[in-house]
Design a protein around this ligand. Structure first.
Ligand code: SF4
Length: 489
């Protein structure tokens, strides 16, 4: 239990400022979440570490008696593509043929072999391969890679095993290889079905026929969980055009359709000849109507639009005959508490309550400092957990919180709970606390009171945040960091 200062006044002040900020910004969930993410995850200076130091972090965490209470994910990154889509924010390298990936795959195997013995008692609950585009590899390369991974790590038989493919580099042989390697979900980036827009984003190696063939082959290979991804916010893609892409994608009956809001890149702006302000105006003029159409029409195409909103940035629409998958996902362990062992360049890893780290784009060698590591305190881990819970599920279970952190949620967050209770936003029983029915932006808004600890201890404004973020925080929150009281962690 924490000690010290009575925080009722500062919390009320914090709430008022946050309210003003969010109301002024039109409850812009996405931007404010980004600011908080920078604050929470990046405010502490990173340090480059060697593989041996990373291994020590994992060993210490795995030695904790409660370490197995939390799920584990194995993630492999293959940051190669045949060509670069102009809006893509991921760091990818270009390769015209599978030969270009060969040495990278050898390096991946060496990294996997280094970490594997430490995880010999861990069963991974989730296995995910992304990039880039894993389908740039040949069938033989995919077979060898997954044979090596399967012999190094234990994947739970009930695990979700998911891989990303590009329709243009998909073959039946590759799909059969990954299906036999135990993958049970395949996700195809489609972005749009409009040929002219595909050319404008430098993705003209794909067309409607290649998307249709990819989905047909996936079914032939035995995948019954197929996801297709669309991008929202392309210039030239108004509500009518976007819904036409959606209709054509829905006609292929994927299990889910993911809709991702476009990331504005310098390459895309240059190619389209627009400034960030012009792009923002485009979004303001077309996105609300597009999302309204999507919400209205998706059920007619057999999909549930759920919490679709122009401010989410990303959401997943489930086929109406696959809604039980969404229920299962809702019951699955939270992403925020998942330990992630990432392998490969640019892969992110998460060692619960100890560190986040990213593999830098340098050749793998156990004696080189190639992991950019951000320390992760228990307090920050709690804030991330609470944020994830509130945003995705609206409920926090007290026994679950205790099993993860060894503390009682009501003690840890007594003041915040009192505040939310006074606002009439929560209902509490002996087992947990529920937000009363609220939309996502409001859940984010009221859930932000739980970040006060982290905001006050992050020291933003003094050294670590970029000038742009600092200016925004000071402008929007309207106060310097010294107004936030320090609190025992
Ligand atoms: S295929 Fe995917 S990962 Fe590759 S550049 Fe395009 S969007 Fe990015």
């Amino acid at each position: 239990m924490r000690t010290g200062v009575d925080l009722a006044e500062p919390l009320a002040g914090f709430r008022r400022r946050l309210a003003e900020t969010l109301v002024r910004s039109g409850l812009n969930f996405r931007d404010d979440l980004r600011v908080l993410d920078v604050l929470l995850n990046k405010a502490r200076p990173p340090r480059a570490r060697r593989a041996g130091e990373i291994l020590s972090l994992w060993k210490a965490m795995l030695a904790e008696p409660t370490s197995r209470e939390r799920p584990f994910q194995l993630y492999i990154n293959i940051p190669y593509c045949r060509q670069k889509c102009l809006f893509c924010k991921f760091p990818v390298r270009l390769t015209a043929a599978p030969d270009g990936v060969e040495s990278y795959l050898r390096e991946l195997e060496a990294e996997a072999l280094f970490f594997a013995p430490t995880f010999d008692t861990v069963r991974f609950d989730d296995f995910c391969v992304g990039g880039g585009t894993p389908s740039v590899c040949s069938a033989r390369q995919l077979r060898d890679l997954f044979a090596s991974v399967r012999s190094s790590f234990q994947i739970d038989p009930g695990a979700r095993c998911s891989i990303e493919f590009h329709p243009a580099s998909t073959t039946l042989e590759k799909l059969l290889v990954v299906r036999r390697a135990g993958f049970n979900r395949v996700s195809f980036g489609v972005q749009t079905m409009d040929a002219a827009l595909l050319a404008r984003i430098q993705r003209d190696d794909q067309d409607e026929a290649s998307v249709r063939d990819a989905v047909r082959r996936a079914r032939e290979a035995g995948f019954d969980n197929v996801s297709l991804e669309l991008v929202l916010g392309l210039l030239g893609d108004g509500p009518r055009q976007f819904m036409e892409s959606f209709r054509r994608v829905a006609a292929l009956r994927p299990t889910t359709i993911s809709v991702n809001q476009l990331n504005l890149t310098a390459a895309y702006m240059k190619s389209e000849g627009v400034s960030p302000d012009e792009y923002r105006r485009h979004c303001e003029s077309v996105l609300p109507e597009t999302v309204a159409e999507l919400r209205t029409l998706a059920p007619a195409f057999g999909y549930d639009a759920g919490e679709a909103s122009p401010r989410h940035g990303i959401w997943t629409l489930y086929a109406l005959d696959a809604l039980e998958l969404r229920e299962r996902k809702a019951l699955a362990p939270e992403e925020a508490t998942t330990n992630v062992l990432g392998l490969g360049q640019y892969a992110w890893s998460h060692v619960f309550a100890r560190a986040w780290y990213e593999r830098l784009p340098r050749a793998y060698h156990p004696d080189r400092p190639i992991y950019r590591t951000h320390p992760l305190s228990r307090g920050l881990e709690m804030a991330r957990y609470v944020r994830d819970r509130l945003i995705k599920r609206s409920r926090i279970d007290f026994p679950h919180f205790r099993s993860l952190f060894g503390e009682d949620f009501r003690d840890r967050y007594a003041l915040e709970l009192r505040l939310l209770d006074e606002f009439g936003k929560v209902r509490m029983d002996s087992y947990g606390v529920d937000f009363l029915p609220l939309g996502l932006p409001e859940r984010f808004f009221y859930g932000s009171v739980f970040f006060l600890d982290q905001i006050s201890s992050a020291g933003f404004g003094r050294r670590t945040l970029s000038e742009g973020y600092l200016a925004r925080l000071q402008r929007d929150l309207g106060c310097p960091s010294s107004e936030y009281p320090a609190r025992a962690q």
